[in-house]
Design a protein around this ligand. Structure first.
Ligand code: HEC
Ligand code: HEC
Length: 224
């Protein structure tokens, strides 16, 4: 009974106002105030230097483990729909500004549904083969090459005329044989017929400025 009076039970707070939630929050605050000066110190460093600093990367790695592994994997190699962060192939770019914006504000990659403009199943199949030929997966025959003018008209605004992609739109490079959704006929067909709408959630409020910079530098270090 004495224990219950002091520590409380269920929704009744007890005489000390102790609760698991309260204790968790005060522990988090204590941890934050302990580490904040360290974060602050690292955050004043030049980005490139920060990305090569072993202690900063240790912190970055533990931040990554807390906030990012569920989607990008513990090895940061991603999965279907979740980009690999170690391969130096970027939807949105890997400059300090691009990485910081990605972490802070999140990203929304939108591939519109364009199949209706391709002239039926044959037109779609030709486009699938043409796209797969850009990274050397297939030799394009004359039918596939007939999709090239369509590619220039419908796709090049986002993927560039040569298919190398445009990071302003988060549009992937289609020539490097690195695929967000897989390289098969089916995967490319599905993207063209159904479109894609993919979301990286914003983490700015969760991380704050200093930890965002440390984590961005760690991500940069994974492929540089
Ligand atoms: C809920 C799942 C989810 C979580 C959690 C998440 N991401 Fe992402 N992230 C994504 C998706 C999906 C994309 C791809 C968005 C797109 O298609 O444009 C992405 C994109 C990115 C990119 C851009 C990659 C490129 O090629 O330009 C970076 C960098 C990134 N995430 C880093 C992180 C970091 C660091 C964390 C932890 C703070 C994190 N993500 C947490 C789902 C997630
Ligand atoms: C408005 C810009 C835009 C246009 C126009 C566009 N795309 Fe895309 N495309 C994107 C974006 C953005 C993504 C990435 C979607 C995501 O992050 O999930 C994408 C993804 C893809 C993918 C998947 C690549 C992978 O790595 O898995 C293929 C294939 C593709 N587009 C082909 C095309 C073709 C073919 C056309 C023309 C018929 C086209 N796109 C037109 C923006 C565009």
């Amino acid at each position: 009974m004495g224990y219950l009076v002091v520590f409380g039970l269920g929704s009744w707070e007890g005489t000390l106002g102790w609760s698991q939630q309260g204790q968790y929050e005060s522990e988090m605050q204590a941890a934050a105030s302990r580490y904040e000066p360290i974060y602050e110190n690292f955050a004043t460093m030049d980005f490139e230097a920060l990305s090569k600093n072993a202690d900063a990367n240790k912190l970055g790695k533990s931040l990554y483990a807390s906030y990012c592994t569920t989607c990008h994997g513990s090895d940061a190699r991603g999965a279907t729909g979740y980009p690999n962060l170690t391969d130096n192939d970027w939807l949105w770019g890997n400059s300090e500004a691009a990485l910081t914006a990605t972490l802070k504000n999140g990203r929304n990659g939108v591939m519109p549904v364009l199949a209706p403009a391709l002239g039926g199943e044959q037109g779609i199949d030709n486009m699938v083969t043409y796209v797969r030929s850009l990274s050397g997966l297939v030799e394009p025959d004359a039918a596939a090459m007939s999709a090239k003018p369509m590619f220039l008209a419908l796709c090049s605004a986002c993927h560039n005329a040569d298919g190398t992609g445009n990071q302003i739109f988060g549009a992937p490079n289609l020539t490097d044989d690195i695929w967000l959704y897989g390289s098969s006929d089916e995967a490319v067909y599905t993207t063209i017929v159904k479109g894609r709408n993919n979301m990286m959630p914003a983490h700015g409020d969760l991380l704050g400025e200093n930890r965002t910079k440390i984590l961005a530098a760690y991500i940069y270090s994974l492929s540089n």
